[in-house]
Design a protein around this ligand. Structure first.
Ligand SMILES: N[C@@H](CCC(=O)N[C@@H](CS)C(=O)NCC(=O)O)C(=O)O
Length: 213
């Protein structure tokens, strides 16, 4: 069996998802640091995004598709449950996080700190302040959800949890999101519990550096 190759950036939340899936299922894999729009990435992802995957002659992009392929192709714990309702809830939470919350929490809020666009090279306070109410609503939603069954989709660990953990890991390092997570008691306990998993520990990226505001 050829080895699975994951190409992407260690700091990329979506890349970490694909790597965590390999780790959880104990799929032997190689991780090749490849930035978005690098030639190897562009050859697989039509929009040059990471992660992408190679497995022998099979090439694939998009973290959810890669996760599904790995989950179906390899033995080990099922990360997308087979029971229909549990599977659907897993899909629902991956979709809610990727299509809405990633936009608020990562691309808008977090990127404002990591890639500041203010004319003085600093994070734009007005933009950050305008994002905080929605950020707090989304953290509160995650908090209420994990308070019910201890996980995002029901009462066991799934791809939905893998998908949100890399985002929470980054958010804990920034002021407003860190405070919101610290105040969300169920979400904080959930984070601490899941952060102890080897799949998470083995994929820790370098810490993103915020520019001083
Ligand atoms: N829907 C994609 C999103 C991947 C994505 O946005 N990756 C980011 C890094 S976390 C990226 O490659 N950004 C570069 C770009 O959008 O040009 C997935 O799930 O894999």
């Amino acid at each position: 069996m050829p080895v699975v190759e994951i190409l992407g950036l260690a700091s990329s939340t979506y890349t970490r998802v694909a790597r965590m899936v390999c780790e959880e299922k104990q799929v032997p894999y190689e991780f090749n640091q490849s930035p978005p729009h690098s030639p190897d990435v562009d050859a697989i992802h039509p929009f040059g995004k990471v992660p992408v995957m190679r497995h022998g002659d099979f090439e694939l992009c998009e973290s959810k598709a890669i996760s599904t392929y790995l989950d179906l192709s390899f033995p080990g714990p099922k990360l997308i449950p087979t029971e229909p309702r549990h599977a659907a809830l897993t899909e629902q939470w991956v979709s809610l996080v990727n299509t809405k919350m990633d936009g608020t929490l990562v691309r808008s809020y977090l990127f404002n700190y990591v890639f500041p666009k203010g004319s003085d090279g600093k994070p734009d306070r007005t933009v950050i302040d305008s994002l905080v109410p929605q950020l707090e609503r989304e953290i509160a939603l995650l908090d209420r959800t994990v308070a019910k069954g201890g996980f995002l989709a029901g009462d066991s660990f799934t791809l939905a949890d893998i998908n949100v953990m890399p985002i929470l890991a980054h958010l804990r390092n920034f002021p407003e999101s860190g405070a919101a997570i610290a105040a969300a008691k169920s979400l904080s306990a959930y984070y601490d519990r899941l952060a102890a998993r080897p799949s998470f520990q083995n994929t820790v990226p370098e810490r993103p550096q915020a520019k001083a505001s």
